[in-house]
Design a protein around this ligand. Structure first.
Ligand code: ATP
Ligand code: MG
Length: 450
């Protein structure tokens, strides 16, 4: 590419120089011709007899150099007033209106650039035509020599540019090669490594910084994935151990059909919970891949909250808990109704689980900056501030030990699903807990009306 660019440049410059030189040489010749023509014309104009004509001839002889580079011809009807070779000897004569022209001589293959002028008669002398010519051969020589020098120079320069270009490209690309070596050495195990930005030229440091940013995000995602895998293995181990243990106990001695039925029944419950956990994890995995909510409709939020609470009627009656709907009950939002109810159910479940009997829960609906927030509050033990941001992490439980005792049956996926559903609706989640009131909520984008 460098060579091609250089070639194009030199070709352009060469053509321009050649043009200038040719014009200058032509002008120089024209000056030469003109000077000689005026000089002799002045003499001839004043000559009308043969004696003085001989002097003019001598003058033209002296002005003709030995190499014949400049020549004079005088053409006339009277042979006494002729000079130089006769018209019949010219191989070719071209004559322009302005007196410029060219003449070719047969013997020596010489070509002349000419200038001619008509001179009127005087006394014995008839009208004559004076022609001055300069040999174009030296002119051609100069141009040819210049051209070959130019071609040679250009070619060497192109070769030099090629070599230098290769070297510059090599030196210039070294940081890039270094970068690609470093990038090639990256493995999932070495994701914490970063490309060295400090030593890079400015053009590359932006790229390397962007690449490092991507690495950082990848590392985070990879760590999340690894932690998730560990969590899955850990969370599924306990129920599986329970299942195996229960089955072994059941089989350890002969039992009645009723006892086996009991054992199978409890196994079935455990297996169904396992299935629901696995379904939850699959849902979260799909949501993580950026799946957005489909089947969106514009719905009245308070109406959907009411319908969701209806599902909890039985457990609410049993614990004596009441639920109030407060805030902007006219708010509308664009939602997938099934997902909205699932998120709210998870919040209500938690609220019922973490409040004492006969508590009053509140579902608050609020419109904020184009979003609709739905928050569930319940009285109960407060969550430590340090735990609040982690509530929405999958498998996170404030009191994880309780789970292992077999007393608490949550897997810690409920709020992670709330967060995923909020994100699928372009919303967010928030949690506060103080003075015995815990409030956890999520947002949706507001409906067309608000
Ligand atoms: N209303 C609440 N009051 C106090 N703590 C809460 C409340 N809601 C959630 N938490 C805490 O947050 C943790 C995570 O809640 P999340 O709903 O994600 O899981 P879970 O209820 O334990 O299990 P799952 O919902 O999967 O059955 C809970 O274990 C609990 O410690
Ligand atoms: Mg829960």
């Amino acid at each position: 590419m460098f060579a091609l660019a250089a070639l194009a440049t030199f070709a352009l410059i060469g053509a321009a120089l050649y043009n200038v030189l040719e014009r200058e040489l032509t002008r120089h010749q024209d000056d030469d011709l003109n000077t000689n023509l005026q000089n002799i014309r002045y003499s001839i104009e004043r000559v009308g007899d043969t004696e003085r004509w001989a002097r003019v001839q001598a003058k033209m002889d002296t002005l003709t150099p030995a190499d014949g580079r400049v020549r004079f011809w005088v053409l006339s009807d009277d042979p006494r007033f002729q000079y130089g070779k006769g018209l019949d000897e010219f191989e070719r004569i071209v004559q322009g209106a302005d007196g410029r022209g060219s003449i070719s001589l047969p013997q020596h293959g010489q070509s002349f650039r000419t200038l001619s002028q008509h001179i009127g008669p005087l006394d014995q002398r008839p009208a004559v035509r004076l022609i001055v010519g300069v040999d174009v051969a030296p002119f051609g020589h100069t141009l040819r020599a210049f051209l070959s020098a130019l071609a040679l120079l250009s070619l060497s320069a192109v070769a030099l540019v090629m070599l230098l270009g290769y070297w510059i490209a090599r030196v210039g690309l070294q940081p890039l090669q270094q970068l690609s070596r470093e990038a090639q050495a990256l493995r999932p195990k070495t994701l914490s490594q970063r490309l060295q930005v400090a030593e890079l030229p400015v053009e590359l440091s932006d790229l390397a910084t962007a690449f490092n940013g991507a690495l950082g995000r990848l590392e985070e995602a990879y760590q999340q994935l690894e932690a998730f895998n560990a969590d899955v293995a850990h969370e599924l181990r306990t129920p599986l151990a329970n299942l195996i243990g229960g089955t072994q106990v059941a089989l350890s001695r002969p039992r009645s059909a009723a006892e086996f039925q009991d054992a199978l029944q409890s196994n079935l419950e455990e297996l169904e919970r396992l299935r629901s956990v696995i379904n939850d994890m699959l849902f979260l995995a799909r949501a993580d891949q950026g799946e957005a909510a489909t089947g969106l409709v514009d719905a009245c939020v308070a109406r959907e909250v009411e319908k969701t609470i209806e599902f909890f009627e039985f457990i609410l009656d049993e614990t004596g808990t009441t639920v109030g709907i407060e805030g902007e009950t006219a708010a509308r939002a664009t939602m997938n109704v099934a997902l909205f109810r699932r998120a709210l159910s998870n919040l209500l479940q938690n609220a019922i689980e973490h409040s004492a009997a006969n508590a009053r829960l509140v579902v608050d609906i609020a419109q904020q900056a184009g979003a609709v927030w739905v928050r569930v509050s319940n009285p109960g033990l407060s969550v430590a501030p340090a735990h609040l941001p982690r509530l929405f992490d999958r498998f996170f439980r404030v009191d994880a030990a309780r789970h292992d005792d077999g007393l608490h049956h949550g897997y810690g996926l409920g709020l992670a699903i709330v967060k995923a559903i909020a994100r699928m609706h372009g919303g967010a989640v928030a949690a506060t807990s103080a003075q015995g009131i815990t409030t956890i909520g999520f947002s949706l984008r507001g409906g067309p009306g608000g």
